[in-house]
Structure formats: C-alpha cells, structure tokens
Design a protein around this ligand. Structure first.
Ligand code: ADP
Length: 303
C-alpha cells in the first residue's frame, strides 16, 4: 500500500511505545525506512500544531549517532514519522550469548551512545527514554539514538503502556522522587545504566516497581545523604529512607577497569547538579586510555 505518494508499506516491525512501526520503501530514494505510526487520538487541534512544530525541530537534528527523522506527515488521523531503517539494536547485542564484547568493543558502543547524547543536549533536546533497544545499530556498525525528543512531544508514555516498564530500570533518582525540573542529567543516569549493562551483560538495576527501583538504586549506591544531595528533601515525593551502605564499586563491577569505574561513579552521582555531563564524560580519560575504542565496522553484531 502506498502512503503519502512516497512510501510503500511492508511488514510490521513491532509495536512501540507510541504505536505500530512498519518497514517501508521510500520510492523517492529507494531506501528502506521505518515508519512510526503515532496515535494522536482525540486531541485538540492546538496540541497537534505544537507536536508538528516540535517535530520540525527534531528534523534539524543531524548527527552520525542520531537516527535521522526523514519525514513527518499526518495520514488518516495518525501522525507518521519516517526514520532511516536500522538492522538491529544494542539490546540484541547485549542479550546475544554468542557475542563476546571486549573492553574495546564496550568502549566503542558506549562512546557512540555518549556522542549522540552530547549532540542532542548541545541542541537543548532531552531524550528522557534512553534504553538499550532505543540504541539502533546500522550495517556499518554505527550506533544511533532513536526516539529523541518524542517523550517531550507525546508525553511520558510509561503510564499508558505496560510494555514500557523497562524504561523504569534506566530512570534517574530525581525522576523517581517526582522532580518536575529535570534536565539533561536524567539521560546521563540512563546512559550509565546502559554502560553498566554492557559491562555485566544484564540489566543493572531491574526494579519491579517505582518504589523497588529506588530500593535497587540505594542497595547499590547507598541511601543518599543530605551532603551528597542537598536538594533531595525538597523533592515532591521525598520520603525518608532507612540508611543503607553503598556497595564497593569493585563489587558492583568486577570486570571494569579503574578508568571505567571512575567514569561510572561520576555518572551515577545522586545530585543531578553534580552529575557529569555527556560532553564531560566523552572527555574522560577512559576514552583516551588503552584499549582504544573498536572501529564501528569491526564491532560484533548479531548474525
Ligand atoms: P519502543 O517504543 O518499545 O522503544 P519502538 O517504537 O522504538 O519501540 O519500536 C518498535 C519496534 O520497531 C521495535 O521492534 C524496533 O526494533 C522497531 N524499530 C523502531 N525503529 C526502527 C528503525 N529505525 N529501524 C528498524 N526497526 C525499527
């Protein structure tokens, strides 16, 4: 079926946070694309206008480590977003037991993640929903961040769709405490969870509920003290917790290098104001010390 006079719809790729995703052929270029059909539902027209204006801004985001938004158009009451098609994602790489990830491979995947993140933060766009299956991998081994800025435009999806629970594992503590003035630091926390998952090959903080999520965070890093996070007690959902000690970093990440652990500790900082930025993380010596990151084309991928 042809839509918008330009795309030949093929099979369904999956059901995502905001709606169904199709594979399609872009007749104009001959390229394979992924089309995200977004249920707009019964919203007032003004909301759609805002969404379309925001989407125009997303089309301006162009970076080797960001999925390109090729086109956006309304069709039969649904908004269609056209993205470049990607073969696989980081979640598939992490879960594939046949794939061995060397320290250089992990460094490469994580560096590309931070590069995409730093670019968007520089343009004042937050992701807000970073997780391994949002980090898509192209045939050339390039990792690209998907779904940038969508959470802001279409609202936080996690309350509406149950399959979204995974995003909780990557949620920063300030979000779990109900902050409304969150910033780029929430994406840095999520990126740190992804780094940890690359190192250990399993979800690092798999909370079963929002309360349990905080429990998992405290179990690992200890309950935050007022000196570590002065603003904590002023957050909307703050409640006092039983003090718990932090695990030693070496216990949490037995296979990580000293540089990796130093970077992790700066990203897993409780106070979002004190947390390292994506750009600062890229400048950390972890990335300039041996082993250097693997070239993207040489990275292991699922067959
Ligand atoms: P979620 O909201 O759960 O992250 P998405 O809406 O991003 O899911 O995607 C739903 C499905 O479509 C997934 O299986 C994903 O692999 C696939 N998909 C999304 N974007 C692309 C793309 N650019 N290229 C190929 N497949 C994609």
């Amino acid at each position: 079926k042809k839509i918008a006079d330009r795309y030949l719809k093929r099979e369904v790729l999956g059901e995502g946070t905001y709606g169904v995703v199709y594979k399609a052929i872009d007749i104009k270029t001959g390229n394979t694309v992924a089309i995200k059909k977004i249920r707009i539902g019964k919203q007032k027209e003004g909301v759609n206008f805002t969404a379309l204006r925001e989407i125009k801004l997303l089309k301006e985001l162009k970076d080797p480590n960001i999925i390109e938004l090729i086109d956006a158009f309304p069709h039969k009451g649904n908004l269609h977003l056209v993205f470049e098609f990607m073969e696989t994602d980081l979640e598939a790489v992490i879960r594939d037991r046949n794939i061995f990830l060397s320290p250089a491979d992990i460094k490469s995947y994580f560096q590309m993640t931070l590069k995409g993140l730093a670019y968007c933060h520089k343009k004042w766009v937050l992701h807000r929903d970073m997780k391994p299956n949002n980090l898509l991998i192209g045939p050339d081994g390039q990792l690209k961040l998907a779904d940038f800025g969508l959470a802001r435009i279409f609202g936080s999806p996690d309350r509406k769709f149950t399959h979204q629970v995974f995003a909780r594992w990557y949620r920063a503590p300030e979000l779990l405490f109900g902050t409304k003035q969150y910033g780029a630091a929430v994406d840095v926390w999520a990126a740190a969870c992804i780094f940890a998952e690359l190192l250990t090959r399993r979800p690092f903080l798999p909370g079963a509920s929002d309360i349990d999520q905080l429990g998992k965070i405290f179990q690992a890093f200890g309950t935050p003290s007022p000196s570590q996070w002065p603003d904590l007690e002023y957050l909307p959902d703050y409640v006092e917790y039983q003090p718990a000690p932090a695990q030693p970093w070496r216990t949490l990440f037995p296979t990580a290098s000293d540089d990796a652990i130093d970077l992790l500790s700066k990203m897993f900082t409780y106070d979002p104001k004190a947390r390292i930025s994506a750009q600062q993380a890229l400048e950390h010596r972890y990335f300039s010390s041996a082993p250097l990151p693997t070239e993207p084309a040489k990275l292991p991928r699922p067959v």
